[in-house]
Design a protein around this ligand. Structure first.
Ligand code: 5AD
Ligand code: SF4
Length: 446
């Protein structure tokens, strides 16, 4: 049958969708490009913010029309919302056939088969089984020149940041076995992958068996993993997301600085620049610790840049707290920042605190941070004019097919006229001639 999977939310979900797709293909199904061509539609859902849940529920409603036209169709949900609200949704949404939780992706092909045979609703959100079968299943499209892949190194989270639903829906933190991860990376390299993005809710805690911070300065199994993946010949670039600042120690800083394949663009979620709010968020670090990581890396690695996640309007956030966040925003001089307006999530500790920052104020703070970010980017990108960067060529640019785009090691988007015979996945040296806040423009150096 033809399967269409629509993914909401983070890269972990994208990776899970890919894994589900690979397993469905192994079971004899095909992946469809649109829901209209599909017999089975699966929504991979996100619960992290209220808006994400609303989107998926809205989409489920729209899909009802397809079921009326083609009654044989099967509809399922997977991911965070399937884990936390699967039972309720199966009851309330008549055309929903299955809900598969975050640790049961491997069960999807079997569930589909059973629904076809027995025409009954199925819920599967058991946490007892480790979701290992298929965790390493990939769909690599070598013909389309795929050169970049996600690789999950751990599942779940033990941090319980007070605003966050993830530990409740994705379960406790479990690190995968290092040899298995390295074998998967090697196999990806053998299939033409040149760039790997390591994924986990808190990658810096990889292999620490869930111990809480503070972590000894020289204890970092994640560093060892970076080292082993770096040793794989075909892999040229390694990225990762996200590390929790409280787990970022000396060893990790030195490893990032030492290994040339580890990209010089670090995503380091700040959440808030106010120590008081960080405490209420149950984020066990302060602004000083956070800035020390940034300063140390800047000292050791020339040209390194940072991106972050920030929440505005957390319960009790005053103007003064917000100004502390703005200060860090300027000091860290981020190249990118994902700014979120706080929304209470069911069952979290913060959901019991009064959501006392008015919506308009959340919006104002959000807009101010975005404006600060644009200013920082404009001036930082101007400084790059005249410099040359190694760029991983991705293919024709979206806006102008006569030009190609690609990413620098620091994840900057670079646009340039292609050289004859250039293929996606090739590395080229591009000299920057002009810059906007979002994009660098240049030419390939001969
Ligand atoms: N409200 C707003 N943003 C949130 N995030 C997580 N939970 C919430 C919430 N309840 C943000 C955090 C996290 C990112 C993935 O989503 O910044 O790093
Ligand atoms: Fe959520 Fe905090 Fe875990 Fe990140 S570290 S997934 S914000 S609980």
């Amino acid at each position: 049958m033809n399967v269409y999977i629509k993914t909401y939310g983070c890269q972990m979900n994208e990776r899970d969708s890919e894994s589900a797709a690979a397993m469905l293909v192994s079971a004899g199904h095909r992946i469809a490009g649109t829901e209209e061509e599909a017999d089975i539609v699966i929504l991979n859902t996100c619960s992290v913010r209220e808006q994400a849940e609303r989107k998926a529920i809205g989409k489920l409603g729209i899909l009802k029309k397809l079921k009326r036209e083609r009654p044989h169709m099967i509809f399922g949900i997977m991911g965070c919302m399937a884990q936390s609200r699967g039972e309720e949704l199966l009851k309330s949404v008549e055309h929903l056939d299955f809900a598969v939780g975050t640790d049961n992706i491997h069960a999807i092909p079997e569930i589909v088969e059973e629904i076809v045979r027995k025409k009954r609703k199925i819920r599967c959100d058991d946490r007892r089984g480790a979701d290992t079968p298929g965790i390493d299943a990939h769909r690599i499209n070598a013909e389309q020149g795929q050169f970049s892949a996600f690789l999950s190194i751990s599942r779940g989270c033990n941090r319980y940041c007070s605003y966050c639903i993830v530990p409740y829906v994705r379960g406790p933190e479990r690190s995968r076995d290092m040899d298995g991860i390295v074998a998967e990376a090697r196999s990806l390299a053998d299939h033409g992958i040149r760039e790997i993005m390591l994924l986990g809710q808190n990658v810096a805690a990889y292999g620490l068996d869930g111990v809480p911070p503070p972590i000894a300065e020289d204890n970092s199994p994640f560093s060892e993993l970076l080292e082993r993946i770096s040793a794989i010949d075909g892999i040229r670039r390694i990225r990762f997301t996200s590390p929790h600042p409280a787990f970022f120690n000396r060893k990790l800083i030195e490893t990032i600085a030492r290994l040339p394949k580890v990209c010089k663009c670090i995503h380091l979620p700040l959440q808030s620049g106010s120590d008081r709010i960080l405490q209420r968020m149950n984020r066990p670090y302060d602004a000083e610790h956070y800035m020390n990581i940034i300063r140390s890396l800047r000292e050791l690695v020339e040209g390194i840049n940072f991106s972050t996640d920030i929440i505005v309007g957390f319960p009790g956030e005053t103007e003064e707290d917000f100004e502390a966040t703005r200060r860090i925003m300027r000091e860290a001089a981020y190249d990118n920042a994902f700014i979120f307006k706080y929304s209470p999530r069911r069952g979290t500790v913060a959901a019991k605190m009064p959501d006392d920052v008015p919506q308009e104020e959340k919006e104002r703070r959000n807009a101010l941070l975005l404006r600060d970010l644009a200013e920082i980017n404009a001036s930082r990108n101007r400084e790059l004019v005249g410099k040359t960067f190694e760029v991983l060529a991705e293919g024709p640019s979206k806006r102008n097919a006569a030009r190609w785009s690609g990413r620098t090691d620091t994840f900057k988007l670079a646009v340039f006229p292609p050289s004859p015979g250039l293929k996606p996945g090739d590395f080229v040296r591009v000299r920057i001639e002009r810059a906007t806040p979002m994009t660098l423009y240049g030419s390939i150096e001969g």
